[in-house]
Design a protein around this ligand. Structure first.
Ligand SMILES: [Zn+2]
Length: 891
């Protein structure tokens, strides 16, 4: 922390006995929200078209803050490319502040890696304009993650500016905010938000009166110069600002000295002594609403985000970095995918507290990012396969930890190797067409030429008399001119008859195989010769449950819940009303909870020995919507839950499907009784596992509600849920003193009909426009995927097992051995593996409370900060303090 610099202006004003007021003109620019992006962009173009000449012509309008995000600059210059030089001139002379973010993100609903890439991109774009604002500006985020101070410090920032989430315990407008590793920034706290000085009146006395009212209202909370944020959402600048400020300063009776300045200038002059301290995340509703219900709003958007981030961070990047030669690193394509993900990380985009057009765009961007990532993953796997000796399947481990697990392999022939489980087969001979008009069958047969696996075909009468038999010839042709002629003859002679077509193909099977002890970022040719697992380890399924010799899953036929080793009641569905909006959950006045299904049936889908699955079909009678104070209507809905258990695994995979069409204004949660009552939960958030108690802090603008977000997993009381995009959980079933909880509730779905509501029980004021919307009602099929582990395994391991499967490629006589490892990293969680200027860079973090040694076997290099500047060198290993994040360039 630098010592507070006392500005010249401050000294002068102190002498006059006037309190300094820093006026920071700005606009808060949600790229998309209650209007789609293009509609807001039109307004953005108007704003900047007006602002640039104003700044150029009027030096008294000393400064403008472009909302701390470079997207507004890119979006503007895309339609006004000629303005780039003017904007650069204003930025270089300090008249306009830009960045450091690319888009102002939500911090909880995206990955840590997305936050890093967002800031890196913002800084990169800002460099074209002489650099970014030197402040971690976080004006509107719906709370702040625990690791934000460390991220900011790793980017070289010493200051943050925050609003929402600051707890009651912080009672000053500045505080020292620390991450779990001890990294600290000075945070400037905006007690009433980023718009306290919006719409400055064209009257000096009126302006001073407003500042006086603000000072009186905030009292002791305000320390040092008063920060007057002159702007708010999508607000155009007030051209008279410079004149009014000069007039106000000329008034003898004024007790303030106003100056228009940059946010960086203000925070540098703000006091650092005697401030309160806070360590960890900021998720309080004490003075501003946190809008915590965004975590469960539009679950489809959250699932798409989780998929895109997994595809990019865990597959496309590490596999391309490790298995492609450096010159084939797909920088431009990855950059294109990340741009979509970063744009979507904007708080109103990922929170989906936006009109349906915006959510459509967000889903489309995630789909494109995922398509790029999946395509790049396939190419990296193909490249690896081509480099490996022999022919046949090769199993690949995309994670850093040593892994065992199942893979699907496709094999020629019809022999299931010992220990494998048949998934599907293509038989040698089969009937392709039965009882078809000859005209149709003969046209179809001509197309079989292109299906190379077909070796012969026979056209027969319905009695089985052969009319034509064709074998693929030595040149590889099936439908030769002679055959074509024969088919034409049949069509002519047999017009009006019905025939059948039989084909023979090369037989092939798809089997499940278990692979053991595959090294991290390693590969192993699959020979099929592995010893079959002992019969005691085989997984079995009946309509009553599943077992694999390690755990036993039993299904309760009365309510469709399941038990793991006798610990029951898991996965009970609880459906309640929701008259809230995209921001907050709110139960109707007369709540009706539906907890019991009308009927339960089960069916075995797959019976082992490596993978077994049982479908549990539960039917419920659910209310259809809320009218007035209560839920009304009734609709039967079937919820299908597929429980899957694999050989030698200690987790149960759960796939839940329902058709939500017709069901509105409700929240559906799955309940999981905890093996032991718990006083806290542990959830993954960006680069950390955060521990949270059972209650939240609320305030006048929002009721306290202990629904919390988790990324990828949450653990409590000996139970872990690993999920993909089911971000919201709550510990419920509290004892009298609220010291322990008995159940974890996981939100599967939250359906509401308004962007924002008017006054409601859980939040007295609207959080946005009162726009009715259909999208948040989630009308249509809904799918939820998660895994349940009872026990004490590392939740990061459970996440990988559940959602990052082992992969398969095919060897094709390359030079590399049939078993190998591209990179060995141990001792920390790996967040990223990328290439920068040809070198492999890794990012790791220590989510534990003990120091750890990170080993990168056989490699040396440099530790870097997040701007890529070297910190110090290392040989094969380096220390990570509890909670620490590190980036290393490997030589
Ligand atoms: Zn905003």
């Amino acid at each position: 922390m630098t010592k507070a610099a006392v500005t010249k202006a401050a000294v002068t004003q102190a002498a006059k006995g006037r309190r300094l007021v820093s006026i920071v003109p700005h606009t808060h620019w949600d790229r998309e929200w209650y209007l789609p992006y293009q509609a807001f962009r039109l307004k953005l173009v108007d704003l900047l078209d007006g602002l640039l000449p104003q700044l150029e012509a009027n030096p008294s309008y000393a400064h403008f803050l472009l909302d701390g995000q470079m997207a507004v600059v890119d979006d503007y210059l895309a339609v006004r490319p000629d303005a780039e030089e003017r904007l650069r001139a204003l930025a270089i002379t300090g008249r306009v502040a830009m960045g450091p973010w690319y888009a102002l993100p939500d911090e909880f609903l995206v990955s840590g890696e997305t936050l890093v890439r967002n800031l890196q991109r913002g800084l990169r774009v800002a460099a074209r304009f002489g650099g970014a604002m030197d402040v971690g500006y976080l004006p509107d985020m719906f709370g702040h993650v625990a690791q934000m101070p460390q991220l900011l410090r790793l980017f070289g920032f010493e200051h943050a500016v925050v609003w929402r989430g600051v707890p009651r315990a912080v009672d000053r407008s500045g505080f020292l905010w620390s991450s779990p590793d001890g990294s600290t920034v000075r945070a400037e706290y905006l007690p009433v938000g980023y718009g306290n000085g919006a719409l400055v009146p064209d009257d000096a006395k009126a302006l001073l009166r407003r500042i006086g009212e603000f000072e009186a209202e905030q009292g002791d909370l305000l320390v040092g110069p008063i920060l007057w944020m002159n702007g708010t959402d999508h607000l155009m600048p007030q051209p008279w600002l410079g004149r009014v400020v000069a007039e106000a300063n000329g008034l003898d009776e004024s007790s303030y000295e106003l100056h228009i300045c940059s946010l960086a200038e203000h925070v540098r002059s703000a006091p650092t002594e005697g401030l309160p301290s806070w360590t960890g995340e900021l998720r309080s509703g004490a003075r501003a609403n946190l809008l915590m219900g965004v975590a469960s709003n539009r679950v489809d958007v959250k699932q798409a985000a989780a998929r895109a981030e997994r595809s990019l961070e865990r597959l496309a990047e590490p596999l391309s970095a490790l298995f492609l030669p450096p010159e084939r690193w797909p920088a431009a394509l990855l950059d294109a995918a990340w741009l979509e993900v970063i744009r979507n990380s904007a708080h109103d985009s990922i929170c989906a507290c936006s009109v349906d057009d915006v959510c459509d765009a967000v889903l489309h961007r995630f789909a494109e990012a995922t398509q790029i990532a999946d395509g790049l993953t396939t190419r990296a796997l193909d490249a690896l396969g081509a480099s490996i000796t022999g022919v046949g399947p090769v199993v690949v481990n995309p994670s850093a930890r040593r892994r065992s697990g199942l893979v699907e392999v496709r094999l020629p022939g019809n022999e299931v190797p010992p220990g494998c489980q048949l998934v599907s087969e293509r038989p040698a001979e089969r009937m392709l067409v039965t009882d078809s008009p000859v005209a149709t069958a003969t046209v179809m047969v001509l197309e079989l030429e292109h299906i190379r696996s077909i070796r012969s075909l026979t056209i027969e009468t319905l009695d089985g008399d052969e009319l034509l038999r064709v074998e693929r010839d030595e040149a590889g042709s099936l439908i030769t001119p002679t055959v074509r002629q024969a088919i034409a003859t049949i069509r002519e002679e047999r017009a009006g008859e019905r025939v059948q077509v039989r084909i023979t193909t090369k037989p092939a099977i798809t089997v499940l195989a278990r692979v053991d002890g595959l090294a991290g970022y390693g590969w192993q040719s699959w020979t099929g010769a592995s010893a079959p697992a002992p019969a005691s380890a085989a997984v079995t399924a009946t309509e009553a449950g599943l077992a694999n010799g390690r755990i036993e899953v039993t299904i309760d036929p009365t309510d469709g819940t399941f038990a793991i080793d006798g610990h029951g009641g898991l996965g009970a569905l609880v459906d309640g009303g929701d008259v809230g909006d995209t921001y907050n959950w709110c139960p109707p006045d007369n709540e009706t909870l539906v907890t019991q299904p009308r009927s339960v049936t089960t069916r075995v889908l797959e019976g082992g020995p490596l993978r077994a699955r049982v479908a549990v079909m539960r039917t419920y009678d659910l209310p259809t919507h809320v009218a007035g104070p209560e839920r009304v209507g009734r609709q039967r809905v079937e919820v299908t839950t597929v429980l899957e258990l694999r050989a030698e695994e200690d987790l149960v995979r759960v796939e839940l499907d329902l058709d939500n069409h017709g069901l509105r204004d409700h929240r559906l949660r799955a309940h999981f009784p905890l093996p032991e009552r718990a006083s806290s939960s542990r959830a993954e958030c960006a680069f950390a596992v955060v521990e949270r108690g059972l209650v939240a802090e609320g305030g006048p603008t929002e009721m306290a509600l202990a629904t919390y977000p988790s990324r990828r997993f949450v653990s409590a009381g000996g139970l872990t849920i690993a999920h993909e995009g089911l971000l919201e959980y709550e510990l419920i079933d509290l004892d009298d003193g609220a010291t322990t909880a008995g159940t974890l509730a996981l939100t599967l779905l939250r359906c509401t009909g308004m962007l924002s509501q008017g006054p409601m029980t859980t939040r007295p004021l609207p959080a946005g426009p009162l726009t009715p919307m259909e999208g948040p009602q989630m009308q249509g099929p809904v799918n939820a995927s998660f895994a349940v582990h009872v026990g004490d395994r590392d939740p990061f391991e459970v996440v990988d097992d559940a959602h990052l499967p082992l992969l398969v490629t095919r060897a094709s006589n390359g030079p590399q051995p049939n078993e190998g490892q591209a990179l060995s990293i141990s001792g920390a969680q790996v967040s990223a593996i990328v290439r920068e200027a040809g070198a492999v860079h890794i990012r790791v973090f220590n989510p534990t409370t003990s120091p750890t040694e990170v080993r990168v076997e056989g490699r040396h290099g440099w530790l870097l900060d997040l701007r890529g500047r070297p910190l110090h060198s290392f040989e094969e290993s380096f220390e990570l303090a509890p909670g620490q994040i590190a980036t290393a360039a490997l030589a």
